[in-house]
Design a protein around this ligand. Sequence first.
Ligand SMILES: [Ca+2]
Length: 86
Amino acid sequence: MSRQLEKSIEGLITIFHSYSSKEGDKHKLSKAELKTLLQEELTDFMAVRQFRGRLSDQQLDFQEFVVLVAALTVACNEFFEGSCQR
Ligand SMILES: [Ca+2]
């Protein structure tokens, strides 16, 4: 079980850097880099589609990216828990 979590953490780091290094500061996601990441990596999540429309011009560093992913994870878990209770 922990191996799966380790792979997930490694995946977060790899995905962040593969997109953040495309332009400008390689340690931060620009608006364009974040938009591409969300479009290519989280295509099925309704919450992400709504979030995309509210992107600011700020850049996200890795810590802010992880907070975003955590918030999306909590929202998805609440959605699935709600689906299971019906
Ligand atoms: Ca960048």
